[in-house]
Design a protein around this ligand. Structure first.
Ligand code: SF4
Ligand code: SF4
Length: 526
């Protein structure tokens, strides 16, 4: 096992009610506030935080009114929000299901108490008798301290939605977190780890802030790398009008590792099957950091996708391995940025399969596309090229729980790898455990918390490493590919992380390829 990167200290349980005043903003456990430049670039309200780390925001004079008005509007607009405020029976079933609580042992990080931060204010101002009988209704007035608690705990929820799988009355605490962050944003309180990529996306169309030349260069150099490995020169179409398909993927796939090996897998696949597609330098981002701030920002940052699809004249959208990217596309894009009647139902030219379930949004996930190709025997594979890996699969939270994307990645892995092993059943599929960095929590400053929150996932990996010799964790989320390598180095050691299409690209036998001696990482095959 590798050396621990930091020493994680046990947290003492905070005392007091759910809005008690002894919140502990100790280093390593909270996201830093956003910079004025990023927030103002987005045209959002901004309140500077002073007195760090015991934040005291310079709020607008009417901040209470703004928050309560915002709450009222959302209670009227979102029926689910009112339901989640009214229906918690405090059964506690969700408590030990939250990976953040399991990793932190902080009772305030249980979904029930996280939701209670909002419900207490709701009961005081919006429930019958709330103000007059707060002792009976358990209502609490809004204080500045409430906002500090909201900032702390709503930015310690990764919005993974594991709690919602178990809650007997269907409360989705991630939705409460989303509204909490939205209300904080109304008075100018934002997290830097969300606003930085959001400002980049607003300015350039991608969360890394890359300009069109950099995107073209990244794709050109990926084609060079693939040629060195396979001997096959692939064309990478960019901004090509009239292509059948717009391919959309997290920008991290172009610029980060291990994501980039997955990109090589996509390029090999598309070349092999002669896909009529294009990348776009305008809509060069599938991820949508706006989802972690507000519905309004998610809508704004998602807008270039359909606009660019229309401008290029494509017929449908194929999306790469992104986590919250697929929650946004699957559950919000059409409502927020549609209608998408100018797109048609995604269809595979090779197999003739029409993906009717994807017809409304006109967008198909690449795992669905590739699993269909494999199902019809359209891809020649040599799984021995992945001989050095014993593979397990981490169900990325959003594709698993929001889309039900459970079988397709497994189908690909079972074809592409010689040995595939499942982690314990209570940690996979819809019960999957968060990497610890979702929801905009992938900030350097909360490293300790990320390691805590990913601990349950890491222990499941450790189990299959020790029992079955697993040495590779596959996943389909850009955030996972950043966070899991660090997490596994910390808790487990000697387990690599890869995209599903990296393994498919390794195994794929390309027409006209040379004798391959290395995999897509440039590592010897044997
Ligand atoms: S969404 Fe995930 S992190 Fe947030 S409260 Fe539920 S289980 Fe915990
Ligand atoms: S499981 Fe649902 S009803 Fe029970 S405490 Fe948790 S949020 Fe409330």
């Amino acid at each position: 096992m590798s050396e621990p990167l930091i020493q994680i200290e046990p947290l003492s349980s905070p005392r007091g009610g759910c809005q008690g005043k002894n919140i502990n903003y100790h280093e390593g456990t909270f996201c830093h506030p956003a910079s004025a430049a990023d927030v103002q670039q987005l045209g959002l309200p901004y309140s500077p935080a002073t007195g760090s780390p015991e934040f005291d925001w310079e709020l607008p004079p009417d901040w209470e009114e703004i928050i309560l008005r915002g709450m009222k509007e959302r209670l009227e607009k979102y029926r689910s929000f009112r339901l989640f405020m009214d229906s918690c029976v405090r059964c506690g079933v969700c408590m030990d299901k939250c990976p953040i609580y399991i990793g932190s042992s902080n009772p305030k990080n249980t979904p029930v108490l996280r939701g209670e931060l909002m419900r207490a204010v709701y009961r005081y101002y919006f429930a019958p008798g709330g103000r007059h009988f707060p002792g009976i209704t358990r209502g609490k007035p809004l204080r500045k301290e409430t906002l500090r608690q909201w900032f702390y705990y709503f930015y310690q929820c990764t919005e993974c939605r594991r709690c919602a799988v178990y809650c007997p009355v269907g409360i989705d605490t991630a939705e409460i977190t989303m509204i909490g962050r939205e209300l904080l944003g109304l008075v100018g309180i934002h997290a830097g780890s969300v606003m930085k990529p959001a400002a980049n996306s607003w300015r350039t169309g991608n969360s890394l802030g890359k300009n069109p030349d950099e995107i073209r260069q990244a794709l050109d150099s990926a084609a060079d790398e693939l040629e060195q490995i396979t001997g096959v020169r692939v064309e990478v179409p960019v901004d090509r009008k009239g292509a059948e398909i717009l391919f959309l993927t997290p920008s991290a796939d172009l610029f980060c590792k291990p994501h980039r090996y997955t990109l090589l897998g996509y390029l090999a696949l598309f070349h092999q099957i002669g896909l009529d597609y294009t990348f776009s330098t305008i809509a060069a981002e599938g991820s949508n950091p706006g989802l972690y701030s507000s519905h309004e920002l998610a809508q704004r940052l998602g807008a270039p996708i359909y606009e660019e699809a229309r401008r290029l004249g494509v017929q449908w959208i194929l999306g790469g391995e992104g986590g919250h990217m697929w929650r946004t596309i699957h559950q919000y894009l059409l409502t927020m940025n549609g209608p998408a009647g100018f797109l048609r139902t995604p269809e595979s030219a090779l197999t003739g399969t029409r993906f009717e379930h994807a017809s409304a949004a006109g967008a198909l996930h690449i795992c669905e596309f590739s699993a269909d190709l494999l199902h019809h025997g359209k891809l020649p594979l040599d799984a021995s090229r992945n001989h050095r890996w014993t593979v397990t699969y981490h169900d990325s939270c959003h594709p698993a729980r929001s889309m039900g994307m459970l079988e397709e990645p497994r189908t690909i892995l079972r074809h592409a790898a010689e040995r595939f092993v499942e982690m314990p059943v209570n940690t996979i599929r819809e019960n999957t455990l968060c990497c610890g960095a979702g929801g905009g929590l992938d900030a350097e400053e909360n490293f300790e918390y990320r390691m805590r929150c990913g601990y349950p996932r890491a222990m499941a990996v450790k189990t299959v490493k020790e029992e079955s010799g697993v040495n590779l964790l596959a996943c389909i989320c850009a955030t996972d590919k950043v966070s899991l390598p660090v997490l596994l180095d910390y808790w487990v050691g000697d387990v690599a992380v890869a995209g599903v299409h990296e393994l498919l690209g390794n195994a794929l036998v390309l027409r006209g390829e040379k004798l391959r001696t290395t995999d897509l990482r440039g590592q010897p095959l044997r």
